[in-house]
Design a protein around this ligand. Sequence first.
Ligand SMILES: CCCCCCCCCCCC(=O)SCCNC(=O)CCNC(=O)[C@H](O)C(C)(C)COP(=O)(O)OP(=O)(O)OC[C@H]1O[C@@H](n2cnc3c(N)ncnc32)[C@H](O)[C@@H]1OP(=O)(O)O
Length: 210
Amino acid sequence: MSEFGGFIQDEVANDELDRIEAAYGPLAAAVRELVDATIRSTVPPEEAALALAEVEAVVKRLRAQQMPGPAGVRFNSEGRAWNWGNAVVGLRNAIAPPLEIVHVRSGLAHANVDLGAAYEGPPGLVHGGATALLLDHIMGETAAAAFTRVTFTGTLTMVYRRGTPLGPLRLDARIDREEGRKVWVVASIGDEEGPTVEAEGIFIIPRWAT
Ligand SMILES: CCCCCCCCCCCC(=O)SCCNC(=O)CCNC(=O)[C@H](O)C(C)(C)COP(=O)(O)OP(=O)(O)OC[C@H]1O[C@@H](n2cnc3c(N)ncnc32)[C@H](O)[C@@H]1OP(=O)(O)O
């Protein structure tokens, strides 16, 4: 294994990655269900205590073999990249919705997502930090121009026009302009009635990546 600016070259073959993803993807999806079930359960405390013992047993099983730190962003020489732990798109991260981003072309992307009880801020509405998180990520991927370059968020501005309801939502992002190592991206998240949050960000191609 070797590392470039935190990106790890890891020669796991594609068919092995498929096998791992086929097992861990559904596991993460089940943990997402667990999160939602924990928030919304109305079973008596005695029943919750039994569930706790079962969850602790599962944690113990998974802790039997662990990587030393976070999952990182990895790639192999077969041209595949994976970032299973990413907070927004990570296949193995139950905290991630996960967002499935469609890159229509370089610099233009959208995504549909359904946010449930785990993303609540004000009653019935998505937490403002959660909308910012999702927007930051889709904007970052958009700035990266179909993964041909590395970009980091420099400045992010959010305008919250109205509350974002929990439920089905759509995100849109596009590159507005570029100047040297700076890429301006505009984006929004919203429901069927239109945008609820609009964002503008300056994404920087770091000096070390040029
Ligand atoms: C499967 C694979 C998936 C991989 C894809 C994953 C996508 C992830 C998407 C999520 C995005 C994130 O959350 S990224 C994580 C959050 N962001 C960070 O942690 C960034 C922390 N900050 C930094 O690392 C650094 O400060 C940088 C990279 C932003 C800039 O450092 P630098 O490269 O040394 O920049 P520097 O030479 O000083 O400046 C270059 C130009 O940018 C301007 N500039 C510098 N900083 C800023 C700034 N914060 N806001 C605005 N503009 C700035 C300067 O004025 C200058 O303009 P001029 O003089 O040229 O006009």
